[in-house]
Write a protein that binds this ligand. Structure first.
Ligand SMILES: NC(=O)c1ccc[n+]([C@@H]2O[C@H](COP(=O)([O-])OP(=O)(O)OC[C@H]3O[C@@H](n4cnc5c(N)ncnc54)[C@H](OP(=O)(O)O)[C@@H]3O)[C@@H](O)[C@H]2O)c1
Length: 297
């Protein structure tokens, strides 16, 4: 198959591409810079020049491919509305290009915010609906296209897809702890974060793209919920910093944009993903990565 991947040069994309290549697929990847194009070429991926706003490129590449894996996302936490608009347009364009073909379209989503206060499962529907919702409501939009002849699949990643080289939420927490000289959690730290090692996330993305039925959501979750207090303690221990509790009122001042995630319970199950896709995570746990050299060397 020819597989078109957006975000192939990103954290999860880099971990997914080898699985697609090993399965014998030709992988073409969107590259918005010469640097990304060179990285893709070195990884055995055909670079396609363009960005997520280049809808003509997305349309052309989706039409020319047997499956599309959409992992690209403009992570601008200062302009989430702009990132959401870009995401929705890009997803709409690629879905329209695939309409009626029966081809696969897998997109990245998250377990964050799915079921506040309750363990999220694959059968929970995202509450994010419409263009003004987080991520432009792209998950529900995509899943709704299962009825229009596209084998749409949602890949819901844990809030921390961790490992050496991560620049996501856990890396941000480590950075904040260093900067502040204290490793903090919000309240009593009983809020939990689901977690998955990047190697397991990449393997699941490749498998779901080719094997999952239309209109389904899957959880890249190895650990259902690690207490945020234990995350803060592990960071404090590794950095030699004290651990402290920050009140909910002070969380935004301390954690900035990350407060709205670190102060929430983001736990999720992957029982159905394991049973139905035969996926079994094998990578290190989040606390093992924090205790080793993944974030501090
Ligand atoms: N990592 C996590 O912990 C996590 C958790 C939950 C959900 N997710 C979701 O999973 C997906 C992949 O995440 P990730 O961690 O791999 O993200 P990442 O490391 O930030 O990579 C983002 C990718 O998107 C590309 N990109 C960004 N803006 C673009 C634009 N305007 N035009 C074209 N390409 C653009 C980047 O290209 P360059 O290489 O050129 O920068 C890169 O390949 C995202 O949707 C993310 O929100 C991730």
């Amino acid at each position: 198959m020819r597989v078109f991947v957006t975000g192939a040069s990103g954290w999860i994309g880099v971990a997914t591409v080898p699985h697609l290549l090993a399965a014998g697929h030709h992988v073409a990847g969107l590259a918005r810079s010469d640097r990304s194009a060179a990285a893709l070429r070195a990884a055995g991926v055909e670079p396609v020049a363009g960005g997520l706003a280049d809808l003509d490129v997305l349309d052309r590449e989706a039409r020319a491919s047997d499956a599309v894996l959409h992992l690209g996302f403009h992570h601008d936490f200062g302009d989430m509305a702009g990132a959401a608009r870009l995401e929705r347009q890009a997803v709409e364009t690629m879905l329209a290009a695939l309409e009626g073909t029966g081809r696969g379209f897998a997109l990245a989503a998250g377990v964050a915010g799915l079921t506040p206060g309750r363990l999220a499962t694959e059968e929970d529907r995202s509450p994010h609906e419409g263009p003004d919702a987080p991520r432009g409501g792209s998950e529900n939009l995509a899943l709704s296209w299962a009825g229009r002849g596209v084998r749409t699949v949602s890949l819901r990643f844990a809030p921390t897809v961790h490992g050496t080289g991560d620049h996501g939420f856990t890396a941000a927490l480590v950075g904040i702890a260093r900067e502040r000289g204290v490793s903090a959690h919000v309240g009593d730290g009983s809020h939990r974060w689901a977690a998955v090692h990047v190697s397991d996330a990449g393997r699941l993305a490749a498998r779901a793209l080719t094997a999952a039925p239309a209109g389904t959501a899957w959880h890249a979750v190895a650990e259902e919920g690690v207490a945020t207090r234990r995350i803060a303690e592990a960071i404090g221990q590794r950095l030699g910093l004290p651990v402290a509790s920050i009140s909910e009122e002070d969380a935004a001042e301390h954690f900035g944009w990350l407060a709205r995630f670190f102060g929430q319970d983001l736990a999720a199950s992957s029982t159905l993903t394991r049973e139905r896709l035969g996926w079994e995570p094998t990578g290190p746990t989040l606390l093992a990565d924090l205790a080793a050299d993944a974030y501090v060397s």
